[in-house]
Design a protein around this ligand. Structure first.
Ligand code: NAD
Ligand code: 4TP
Length: 356
């Protein structure tokens, strides 16, 4: 599977990064802080200090959190508070523009505190609302800790589901992409015991169509070739190891093929992720989280991007979690955040072009 990068609208002219259209304003990208005790603040500070992005970047965070963490990491960052997202200047290396949201308590790197969970939810809420109201062109989310958010009593299973609910989107698709492959999921954050019940004609059909549409519209792939995993070992072994393939998956894929979708499968998931199949395909569609993501993360952990498809807004994220063990140590890699920001910028630029 050859990774098809987003056509970049960025070109270097006389040494300066500019959009193709000289009069096109730079996109405004919201970056949430993620879990304050995790590596989110660390990688925001390091990535924005390391390079310049062709965008106006607005970090939704407590400025004190970023100042404290920069001090812990021994990094110097110029943290500027904004009163309005629209005041954000083009990003400059080492300058971090922050739309302030106050923590309940100062955060300690590596120590989760449920009292700061409402802060995390507030950053997501404001980022989502800002994007819906077009104050932001895209959202990039460093990692949150689902467990400590759930301890507040709200059920938080992921950003994907949070933004789905906030945007009232009927169907979203989680897709992670590396240079080598793209993997999308029929189901997202569900306990394993509940998966079979939600592998239905409706769920497969809606997810596959949303995936196909976004691969066409957001990735410029005319007729995406999608490899579909079976649910059971050896795709059910003709019904001897499970019947979901025969009863649900095969008939649904056949209907979708009649609508023009280029689908291969269901294939046994253990051999689908081999060059024979991947080399000439555009995306793999796994039935559940840990069927698809371990392969993707093995292939490119630290450099992959998580993209939520099917939302009316653009949202990208990192491929890793809060890495509580690394917060404040300076050992966290910022590679995936870099890719997530660059993808958000590219997608926002393309969306602007399409909307003209
Ligand atoms: N985008 C997100 O918000 C997101 C993504 C994945 C996991 N999570 C959440 O993060 C929390 C912790 O999850 P987990 O422990 O399963 O996964 P994790 O990704 O936080 O950690 C897994 C391992 O990878 C290492 N690691 C993670 N990110 C790294 C980085 N940038 N650089 C170097 N090493 C890194 C960690 O030190 C750890 O050894 C959970 O609550 C999970 O739900 C959030
Ligand atoms: N499934 C994602 C991963 O493993 O990287 C992660 O849990 C984040 O999911 P959200 O983007 O929905 O928070």
């Amino acid at each position: 599977m050859n990774y098809v990068p987003m056509p970049s609208s960025i070109s270097k002219i006389k040494g300066q990064m500019m959009t193709n259209d000289l009069y096109e304003p730079l996109p405004i990208i919201a970056i949430t802080s993620g879990e304050p005790a995790g590596i989110g603040p660390d990688i925001i500070i390091s990535v924005l200090s390391e390079q310049e992005f062709p965008a106006r970047l607005v970090v939704l965070a407590d400025p004190e959190l970023l100042k404290d963490r920069a001090k812990t990491l021994g990094l110097s960052a110029n943290i500027q508070s904004l009163s309005n997202a629209n005041d954000a200047p083009p990003h400059r290396q080492g300058v971090i523009s922050v739309l302030p949201i106050k923590l309940a308590k100062p955060a300690t790197a590596g120590i989760l505190d449920v009292e700061n969970s409402p802060y995390v939810l507030e950053t997501l809420k404001q980022a989502g609302e800002g994007c819906i109201q077009k104050a932001f062109d895209a959202i990039v989310t460093p990692p949150v800790h689902k467990g400590v958010l759930c301890e507040t009593g709200v059920h938080f299973s992921g950003h994907t589901e949070f933004f789905q609910a906030q945007c009232r989107s009927p169907h979203v698709v989680m897709m992670l992409a590396t240079e080598a492959m793209k993997v999308a999921l029929v189901t997202t954050h569900l306990p394993l015991k509940d998966i079979s019940a939600v592998i239905t004609e409706d769920s497969i059909s809606l997810v596959t169509k949303a995936l196909n549409k976004d691969l066409q519209e957001k990735f410029g792939i005319k007729t995406p070739k999608i490899l579909v995993c079976g649910l059971n070992p050896h795709a059910g072994e003709d019904g001897h190891l499970g019947r979901e393939e025969i009863d649900v998956i095969i008939p649904t894929l056949n209907k979708l093929r009649q609508e023009g979708l280029n689908l291969v499968g269901p294939l046994p998931a253990d051999t689908l992720f081999t060059p024979k199949y991947l080399n000439d395909a555009d995306c793999a569609l796994a039935m559940y989280h840990d069927q698809g993501l371990p392969v993707l993360k093995y292939s490119g952990f630290g450099n992959a991007v998580n993209i939520t498809l099917g939302l009316p807004i653009i949202r990208t994220s990192v491929d890793h979690g809060t890495a509580i063990d690394l917060a404040g140590t300076g050992k966290a890699s910022n590679g995936s955040l870099k890719v997530a920001i660059q993808h958000a910028i590219n997608m926002a630029n393309n969306a602007k072009k399409f909307s003209k």
